[in-house]
Design a protein. Structure first.
Length: 182
């Protein structure tokens, strides 16, 4: 997805959720014209259960990249589609750890360069509904009102458009970090 070799890429996709001081989400599957990712056609669907050792690495600081299993933003009816592939990712923004993500999401990388960009994205204001709106929305969902789900889709959305202008694989000649992740 980062290099485009799979037939799809994160290039041009939106950062669609931002939780300041915690993490942001990008790479939502959907329509490319909406700044979403088209999942690669040849990607094999993993129907196996995930082994517990996949959750060993923790969201210990800003710049940790993980595959969001619990924070995934896609609707359940989309996830049930046999052609669905989770291609979202999240990056923790710091300054501290995000223990609420541990044992729920799979850490697979870390930001080596550009942490200043991550903190700039984290500083962008987001749409936050008032407590009354949240309570009304929860009640509407309890009653089965489908508009509640649509309303929540804009919560924590950045008030400025943030998109991935380019992506790829960083080649490091002399790594300064050990090969293990955070």
């Amino acid at each position: 997805m980062c290099t485009g070799q799979s037939g799809s890429s994160y290039k041009g996709t939106l950062v669609h959720k931002n939780f300041p001081g915690q993490f942001f989400l990008a790479g939502k599957q959907g329509r490319k014209d909406k700044g979403e990712v088209r999942a690669p056609l040849k990607l094999i669907k993993n129907n196996e259960s995930i082994e517990s050792k996949a959750f060993i690495l923790e969201h210990s600081r800003g710049g940790v990249v993980s595959w969001p299993l619990s924070e995934n933003d896609d609707d359940d009816d989309i996830k049930m589609n046999p052609n669905y592939h989770n291609v979202e990712f999240l990056i923790t923004t710091g300054p501290g750890p995000c223990p609420q993500l541990d044992n729920k999401n799979i850490v697979f990388g870390t930001v080596l360069e550009g942490l200043d960009i991550v903190t700039t994205i984290a500083a962008i204001p987001t749409y936050k509904p008032s407590e009354n709106i949240r309570q009304y929305n929860d009640f509407a969902e309890l009653l089965g009102d489908g508009r509640a789900k649509n309303a929540r889709a804009i919560w924590n959305k950045p008030l400025k458009t943030v998109y991935i202008s380019d992506c790829g694989e960083l080649k490091v000649a002399k790594p300064t970090l050990s090969p293990s992740l955070p």
